[in-house]
Design a protein around this ligand. Structure first.
Ligand SMILES: NC(=O)c1ccc[n+]([C@@H]2O[C@H](COP(=O)([O-])OP(=O)(O)OC[C@H]3O[C@@H](n4cnc5c(N)ncnc54)[C@H](OP(=O)(O)O)[C@@H]3O)[C@@H](O)[C@H]2O)c1
Length: 266
């Protein structure tokens, strides 16, 4: 089947996120001949061809009506210039901080634009994405974008002005969790464990607790209380965290990241 035509989905930017999305699409309803990856870097093109043997990987955008924009934010406007001539009708952009209006204005015709903020667990199909739809979007456009994002995890819909908050929470969130992991590993070592043992325990602590949270119908607070008997060991640890303003520290981190996202989007 030809790659040129209305049913082709162009994924522009075959980097970390672009390739994760292609992986998700192929694991879902999309077949290799419905996708074309557009990538400008020759070395990366060769890598993509190796990973996605049956997917066409090109350096110039062919005619296609649907596009995922997965290039760096600074490359978006330039890419949109080329998109204008490609027959594109719907665009899902994951470029951080690039507004729907910026994309709409960079393309000289009415195009449906959906803007999303995924996060790095999308690389293993466990992402948390939020998306916002532009004014030209129909229910079909929204459903199309949602289906693509569901290939790499979960997705919620928000107003576009809340995508900065999403960036500060779940977009930057994996780094907060990794910092927590680093701190816990170091704390285990301080208490006499070897680095290797502490590392193994902490990794599984986070995996196990996350799965418990995901699979449970109880709130995080209920789950916390269940492992915190009065005057017990966990209560002693939690009292230390509360005393050092743990919740306020986390709120401050999300607030700072949200503010930075707003600044970068200007
Ligand atoms: N990684 C994350 O956690 C995350 C989370 C949310 C959103 N995002 C967004 O996702 C987007 C992609 O991020 P990433 O981490 O996947 O970046 P990345 O690995 O750098 O991938 C972007 C790729 O697009 C290529 N490219 C640039 N201009 C192009 C063009 N005109 N045509 C075709 N390909 C082009 C780049 O090539 P060159 O390297 O040669 O420029 C690069 O290979 C970014 O906008 C980012 O804001 C990322």
């Amino acid at each position: 089947m030809s790659k040129q035509g209305d049913s082709v989905l162009g994924v522009i930017g075959g980097g970390n996120m672009g390739s994760a999305l292609v992986r998700g699409l192929l694991a879902g309803d999309f077949s290799a001949d419905q996708i074309v990856i557009v990538e400008k870097d020759d070395v990366r093109i060769a890598e993509l061809k190796r990973e996605f043997a049956n997917v066409e990987v090109v350096s110039k955008l062919p005619k296609c009506d649907s596009v995922v924009l997965a290039v760096k934010p600074t490359d978006v406007v330039e890419v949109c210039g080329a998109l204008d001539k490609s027959g594109v009708q719907q665009i899902l952009s994951i470029a951080a901080g690039v507004k729907i209006a910026t994309i709409e204005n960079a393309i000289a015709k009415n195009v449906a634009v959906i803007r999303a903020m995924p996060n790095t667990p999308a690389l293993i199909g466990q992402g948390a994405s939020a998306m916002a739809a532009g004014e030209n979007c129909s229910a079909e456009n929204v459903a199309w974008a949602k289906k693509i994002l569901l290939g790499v995890g979960t997705v919620v819909e928000v107003e576009e002005n809340l995508l900065d908050a999403v960036t500060g929470l779940s977009g930057s969130g994996p780094a907060y969790i990794f910092l927590l992991a680093e701190s816990l590993i170091a704390a285990g070592v301080q208490q006499g464990l070897t680095e290797q043992v502490s590392n193994e325990l902490v990794r599984q602590l986070l995996v196990g607790s996350s799965l418990l949270l995901a699979e449970s119908s109880e709130t995080p607070e209920q789950l916390r209380k269940k492992v915190t008997s009065p005057n017990g060991t966990t209560a002693a640890g939690i009292a230390e965290l509360v005393g050092k303003q743990f919740a306020e520290i986390i709120a401050g981190a999300v607030s700072a990241a949200t503010a930075r996202s707003k600044e970068l989007g200007k």
